[in-house]
Design a protein around this ligand. Structure first.
Ligand code: HEM
Ligand code: FES
Length: 343
């Protein structure tokens, strides 16, 4: 059962997470601004504005790479789960770092004209027909707008107000933002780069994000076979005690099936908090426990234990010849389905 001690522990974990992330960002910026200049070539010294812009720009890009890698990493290896605890705060920090980068860029690139610097940013360059000199800032503006939108709606109030489904769909914009940042760098900084390091880092990051997503989606792609109106979910023995498996019907949401105390229960795979993958969680204290932020649900009716009020859709199960079968028609959230006893 979730108790005050567990909630407090989660709060402590979040503080440690935030402090660690802030410390790492601080060290990165410090090394970039105070240590790296000692190694730069005397013929190519970097002015303070450009150094600030590069430090915060690359930091925001690396943070975005980490944020997008966490989901597939956890899917591939649950030991990365602690990285998920406070991913939202990491997103807010990324927006703040990107804002500092954009501010430095505006200070340096667009402040020496008699016109307003925002006007120059938006209208100063119209070379859309050529690669070299393309107004690459527009890609940065789009990415930055997405970061600000997601940071502004990151509080639980917006999650409830927009519903988890809309909220999660909104977060898909992060992929468009990432692609936009890659275009921003490729058409901007890389056009004039004398040193290949930035190109290598950007390529390595983008390849890592893409590869992790491909491997993680392959792992989830197993679609269950249909037996009459029931789905075959594999042998009973394949489900370890207090763990779950995930079956994906040809239509509709994935279903998580758990084994606990010699009985099986099934609920939707989507956590009512932020659509976390419940099937990758465990049964703790008799409740399904989400691997993302620890929300808990009872096995028999998918309800969060009091005082919490979240409810999950449940599913009917049966066992035939040692194999688990699930009725893919979801029951309304909170419907009691007696767990099936393993013979
Ligand atoms: C309002 C939004 C933005 C503006 C106006 C802006 C502007 C700029 C400018 C003027 C440059 C210099 C390009 C050059 O050296 O030729 C630059 C580089 C860069 N930007 Fe942005 N940017 C914005 C948003 C972003 C965002 C959201 C990110 C990442 C999440 C980002 C990451 C970078 C990186 C990594 C570089 C290359 C830095 C380097 O040369 O080491 N930018 N940006
Ligand atoms: S998604 Fe946050 S607890 Fe499940």
């Amino acid at each position: 059962m979730p108790d005050i001690g567990r909630l407090r522990k989660r709060g402590n974990q979040e503080i440690v997470y935030d402090l660690t992330a802030l410390a790492l960002i601080g060290v990165y910026i410090w090394v970039f601004l105070w240590i790296a200049p000692a190694f730069q070539h005397v013929t190519r010294p970097l002015d303070a504005y450009s150094a600030r812009m590069n430090a915060f720009g690359t930091c925001a890009f690396l943070l975005l790479t980490v944020i997008l890698s966490i989901g597939p990493l956890v899917r591939l290896d649950p030991r990365f789960a602690p990285l998920l605890y406070n991913r939202r705060h990491l997103g807010v920090m990324t927006a703040a770092v990107a804002a500092t980068h954009a501010d430095a860029a505006l200070d340096w690139y667009f402040s020496f004209s008699p016109y307003d610097r925002f006007e120059m940013l938006l209208r100063g360059n119209t070379s859309f027909q050529q690669v070299h000199g393309f107004p690459f800032e527009l890609f940065g503006i789009f990415a930055f707008s997405v970061l600000v939108l997601l940071a502004a709606t990151s509080h639980d109030f917006w999650l409830r107000f927009l519903t988890p489904r809309v909220w999660k769909t909104l977060h898909m914009l992060l992929y468009a933002a990432y692609a936009s940042v890659v275009a921003h760098i490729a058409l901007g900084a890389l056009q004039a780069a004398a040193n290949p390091l930035l190109a290598i880092v950007v390529l390595a990051c983008a390849t890592t994000v893409a590869t992790l997503h491909i491997f993680a989606s392959r792992r989830r792609a197993e679609t269950a076979a249909i037996v009459g109106a029931w789905l075959d979910a594999g042998p009973v023995d394949a489900i370890a005690e207090d763990h779950g498996i995930v079956v994906t019907p040809p239509k509709g949401e994935a279903i998580a099936i758990f084994r606990h105390a010699g009985r099986l229960s099934a609920v939707t795979n989507l956590c009512a908090h932020q659509n976390g993958p419940l099937g990758e969680g465990r049964v703790v204290d008799g409740c399904i426990t989400c691997p993302w932020h620890g929300y808990q649900y009872r096995l028999e009716d998918g309800c969060a234990p009091p005082p919490f009020t979240e409810k999950l859709a449940t599913y009917r199960l049966r066992i035939a010849e040692g194999r688990v079968q699930v009725d893919p028609v979801a029951n309304p959230p909170g419907t009691l389905v007696e767990p099936v006893t393993i013979p």
